[in-house]
Structure formats: C-alpha cells, structure tokens
Ligand binder design. Structure first.
Ligand code: 6R9
Length: 644
C-alpha cells in the first residue's frame, strides 16, 4: 500500500523549533545517553530541588519499578502559574468560551488564574483536604474545573477527574475506589443548549459512596439544587479565604492524579500519574508536537474528564506559559460552523480535536467551514482513534486550506502524553499514519508467539523502555498494573493496540486488539457494558463487541440472551439501551441490540467473540472455523437475525 507523502513545507523546515536533523539528533541523544538527555530536558521545569537522577526502571517481574527524577522536588501548579508571573503575569492563560455563542467569553491572566487557584486551594484546605488526599472533580467545562485541578496540585492532593457525562453509579464507583472524601461539582453543566444535573448525580452517588464527606458545589447555571449537610457552596467558602496559598513541595514521584480508564476486563482502572515525569512529558510533547511558541492561542477541544484534556488543555500548555482555550460546548452546536467561529473569535493558532468530530462535521459539507476565516490557524492536531485518510484530507485541505500540518498523535491515558506523532518541522506526513516515535520512545511490533517483528510488518505494539510520562501504577492494585501491561510480552509495555509499520518505518495504528472498543474516541470496555446489561432483571447473558460506525469510528453492538419466558421486542431493546445509558452514561449506549436465543460458545463455555465481531461487522461470509463451537447452529440464528 503506497500512501501519499506530504513533505515538510519549506517554511516549516526552516522556522519550526525542530527540523528533520534536529529530530534525528534528539532521537539519538535519548537513545545513546538517556540520563544526560532527560536531566537536560528536565531543566525546562522549575524545580525546588533539581533532580540528579533521571529514569530508574525495570519492566522485569523480579525487579519491577518505574521512577523518574526521584530525588527532585517541585510543585506542578507552581510550574503552571507562579513561575510565569514575572514575565507574563498579564498574559491571558485561559480563555473560556461559553456554550451559548451570544454569551461573553471569560479570560484569566496568569496573575488572575494564580489567585483563583490559590483561593480554590484554600477552600479545599478549609474543608480538610491535605497532601495525598484524593479529591474527585465532577465538573462541566467551566473555568472552576481548571481552578480545582490546579488547586489540588498546589496542595498536593491527588485529583481524580470524572467526566461529567458519567452516571451516578460510575461516579460512585470511582469515588469509592480511591476513597475520596471530597467531591467538587457544579449545580449543573451545559452542553449544546442542554443542562446536565451534576449535583443531583453526586447526591445519588453519595448514597453508594460512604467515603464521601464533603461536596463543594460551584454555582454555574444558577439552577435549583438541594443543599444538604455535606454540601458547601464554593462561592460562600471562597469569600472566607485568602488568595495566598504557598505551593506544597512534592517529590517528583508523588502522585499528581488518578484518571479512571476502561480496560479489557473488570472495572475501570485508576491510572496514576506522577508529578515530575508526567509534567515534563506534558510540557515537552506540547512544545515538540505542536511547535508551541509564545503568542500562540492553543485550543485542545477535549473535555478535562479525559487524559487529552488533562495534558493538552491544562498541564502542557500552562507549564509552557501558553494561552489555552477551554470550551464549554459541542463542536457542532448551535450549528456546524461553531467550531470554526470559535477559532475566528479567538484567533486560534493550533486546534487539537478527534476524528469523530471531524467526521461529524464533514458530513455537513464544506460550506459551514468555508463561511469562516480560519486564517489564524497554523497547526491542526488529531487524537483518540485512527484518523481515516478521508477525514485527514478534509482536515488538511478544507479546514487548513493545505497550510497546516496535521499532527496525528497516538497515545493513551497510560502514556501521559503523545508517544508516536509527527513533528511539524521534521516529519513528512502520510494521511492516516501517526508517523514516527518521539525522542525517547522505542516501539516494537510483536507477533502472537512473542517474537519481535522486524521491518515492514504488522503486529502488536509494545514500547520497550520507560519514558517520564508513563503511568506509575493502578491505584490500589499494583499487581494489576504489572499483570495488565507487562506480562503479555515480558520485559515490555504492551499497549493493547495493533499496528502496521511500513517501509519508511512509519507507524499505522490499526486499533485495539483486546476487548476495548473506541467509541467516538472514548475508550469503553466491552465487559463494562456487559455487566450493566446483565444487571437488568430480564437479561440472562450479554456479549458486547465493536462494529464499524461512520461517525463514531466504532459503535457498540450488544448480543443479549433473555431470561426464560421474556419476549424480545423493540420496546425491550430501547429499554435496555436506556438502562445502559443510566448505568454508565450516554457514551456507553449500545447502537444495536440483537436478541439471541444463545451465544456461540466453545465446549469449555468461552464466548467466541471473533464470530460475534464478524457478524456485527456484517462480514458473515467469512466466519472462519466454527467447528470448535459447542453448538454450531447458534451461528445461523445470529447471522439470520443480525441488526442493522
Ligand atoms: C489519548 C487517548 C487510548 C487508545 C489507544 C488507541 C486509541 C488514541 C490514537 C489512537 C490511532 C491515534 N488512539 N490516539 N489510535 N491513532 N492517533 O485517546 O487516550 O482514551 O486512553 O485511548 O485510543 O487505541 O490505545 P485513551
């Protein structure tokens, strides 16, 4: 397969921070002298005690450990705020664009943001939060969400941001898992003109989360909420505290945050990131990949409930002293021009979004794009799922008018920041490829037998060594961390992704090879959806697989076996979709439900997901070997009654 090559334009090669030779130099330096390389890179952070040690790690079972800059001391919030005050105290740090376009944006300079964060930190302290405590943040995309995150970092509390679209049950599980005593929330959220009752969800979650003692409520919409014993209005508490709050000195290895993410088995895992290594990776990759320079207006159009929001709305840009835009709403509301209108309104220079958003916008045609100016745009990024070449080209040609490099960044919650991505001044682009590994990243492709594959080939993507932004553990379950990522291919970090490497050593991520599906760029464990389904009184058994979806990338296809005597019906299918939505959240809503008298199982009782995937994909002519099935006739029924 030959793909088009988009060489680095001359003006990029000459003006970007890193050109092709620069990339080669950095890559070689990180490989040949990692300690010196990383200690040098670490100087971009402001250390209270500068580290003398770089990486100290082993992926082997006998000696498993991962540490970076372990003798260094710093504070992440001070790196994002205090150190900018002298040089750029009056520069805008955060631009907040409201859901409703007729409302005024809000802007916070570094000085103002510093004061707001200190105030928030003092409110947390006044409510008992101390270093090491876990604080759950369940917020809409309002500035106070950023204040809360940075306030935790300032006092050394570990934040756990839970996406505002998750249900009360999902929230309760996450609060309990890390024993949060404090939840920060808002009365309501707003998105696309609709309101989300966040505080009411917290109340519901509290009933199942005995660790929860205090709920700090930001008044965002002014909507009616019930305030009880454990609840505190943020604005009332804020009026009682000062804006003076010294940053807590933290060891580089002290935890900065937990972020729950879906895996192939069990409940979502609390991915834990460190203070020093994570912050360095966030700052470095934001500069490398997006050629960040002073004066840029950077817009990462993610939600802070996902890792992309953590790294590229907050920590990376703010550590670099950038102006970062935070948007409350949806890219296509009130109409398909909105995202480009926001670009024009704030003269955005760099935009970072997901293929699913691009595909949805693409369907509306070019007119909503071309009706806008977009001349401020210099660079365009993509993240969250493989970008199909058609969407890539549209992004490049229609949105960027051929002028802006497309930076397709491959990474994961676990990796902290981008690992495989082009550098705009260094890397020729191929539509659909995340291109080349960043300096310090050593990928390997493996076959099913555990052999390393060389050259142009396809296999399972591993990373052979550690990098500063790597997760440090699964909260409360270090063994699960080791088992999940380091046992499939001993001595290597296994990503869970499949990947092709071409003759130019370019990497093409093909998607998950485990039971994780990627719906609109959001990770969803099929096991989670299955557990939600079987909680319903009428459901005996459920198996969930991904299916191709034009806009979402993957959709959720659920096979459901009903309890004896229960009749299948359209109404029941709708009820089950609603049920899952309530149990987990709207992003988990199945796109298709097929009622099945039985599921295809091996004689040992294992569900043959391979067959279920094929049927969901509509690829029923190539089901492969079904001879190991306990009852091959089951498959005929499934094929005959496929939904869609
Ligand atoms: C950052 C983020 C991680 C999974 C990852 C992979 C997929 C992310 C991608 C991509 C192809 C890209 N993924 N970026 N696949 N090209 N540029 O999305 O983190 O939510 O943890 O998801 O997303 O499958 O393993 P997370």
């Amino acid at each position: 397969m030959t793909a088009d090559l988009f060489p680095v334009p001359d003006e990029w090669a000459t003006q970007a921070r890193i050109d092709a030779a620069g990339y080669d130099r950095l890559y070689a330096a990180a490989k040949d002298g990692p300690d010196a390389f990383w200690l040098e890179q670490a100087k971009r952070l402001d250390w209270i005690e500068a580290p003398q040690k770089a990486g100290d790690w082993s992926f082997d079972e006998a000696d498993f450990h991962i540490e970076w800059f372990a003798d260094g001391t710093l504070n992440a919030a001070a790196n994002c705020l205090d150190r900018h005050l002298i040089e750029r105290g009056d520069q805008v740090a955060i631009i907040w664009e409201p859901d409703v376009p007729t409302e005024e944006p809000r802007r916070f300079t570094y000085r103002e943001l510093h004061a707001e964060v200190c105030r928030f930190a003092n409110v947390l302290k006044a409510n008992g939060a101390t270093k090491g405590d876990r604080v759950t943040i369940y917020m809409p995309m309002i500035p106070e969400a950023a204040f809360a995150v940075l306030a935790c970092a300032r006092i050394g509390a570990v934040h756990s941001v839970v996406f505002g679209g998750f249900s009360a049950d999902a929230l309760a599980g996450r609060v309990q898992d890390c024993d949060s005593r404090i939840v920060v929330t808002a009365d309501e959220g707003r998105r696309g003109g609709k309101r989300v009752a966040l505080k009411a969800c917290v109340d519901e979650a509290a009933a199942q989360a005995p660790s929860l003692e205090r709920v700090i409520v930001v008044r965002a919409t002014g909507g009616d909420v019930a305030m009880g014993e454990r609840d505190v209005w943020y604005h009332e508490a804020a009026a009682q505290v000062s804006t003076d709050c010294p940053p807590e000195p933290m060891n580089a290895e002290d935890p900065l945050f937990i972020l729950y993410t879906s895996g192939s088995t069990g409940k979502p895992k609390g991915v834990l990131h460190s203070t020093g290594g994570y912050l360095l990776w966030a700052s470095l990759t934001h500069e490398w990949c997006f050629d960040y320079r002073p004066g840029d207006v950077w817009w990462c159009a993610a939600d802070i409930g996902w890792v992309t929001g953590h790294t590229y709305i907050l920590y990376g840009p703010l550590a670099n002293g950038a102006t970062t835009l935070m948007y409350e709403g949806l890219p296509n509301w009130p109409d398909a021009s909105r995202i480009w209108q926001v670009v024009d309104r704030h003269r955005v220079t760099g935009l970072f979004t997901a293929p699913t958003a691009l595909r949805a916008l693409m369907k509306e045609g070019d007119a909503p794009v071309t009706a806008t100016d977009r001349s401020s745009l210099r660079i365009l990024g993509s993240v969250g799922e493989p970008i199909n070449p058609e969407a890539w080209r549209w992004y490049h040609e229609v949105v960027g008018e051929g002028r802006c490099p497309i930076i397709d960044t491959w990474w994961q919650t676990e990796t902290g920041g981008a690992l495989i991505a082009p550098l705009p001044g260094a890397t020729a682009l191929k539509p659909g490829s995340a291109t080349r590994p960043l300096p310090g990243i050593f990928p390997q492709l493996m076959d099913e037998k555990g052999e390393v594959l060389e050259g142009a080939t396809s296999g399972n993507l591993c990373i052979t060594g550690s990098w500063p932004g790597q997760m440090r553990t699964v909260w409360g379950d270090h063994d699960r961390f080791f088992q999940t990522y380091f046992t499939t291919y001993p001595g290597k970090y296994f990503t869970g992704d499949g990947c092709r490497r071409d003759e130019d050593d370019y990497y093409w991520i093909t998607g998950r090879v485990d039971d994780v599906i990627n719906v609109s760029g959001h990770r969803m464990g099929t096991a989670e959806v299955e557990s939600a389904l079987v909680l319903h009184a009428k459901v005996a058994e459920a198996a969930v697989v991904g299916m191709p979806h034009e806009v979402k990338g993957q959709g959720i296809y659920a096979y459901v076996t009903l309890n004896g005597g229960v009749a299948a019906s359209e109404e029941l299918a709708a009820e089950l979709k609603h049920w899952v939505r309530r149990e987990i959240g709207p992003i988990a809503t199945p796109d298709a439900i097929q009622f099945a008298p039985a599921l295809p199982k091996t004689r040992s009782g294992k569900i043959m997901r391979r067959i279920l995937r094929k049927i969901a994909e509509g690829d029923t002519g190539a089901l492969g070997d079904t001879s190991t099935l306990a009852d091959p006739a089951v498959v005929d029924d499934l094929v005959a009654n496929r939904v869609g």
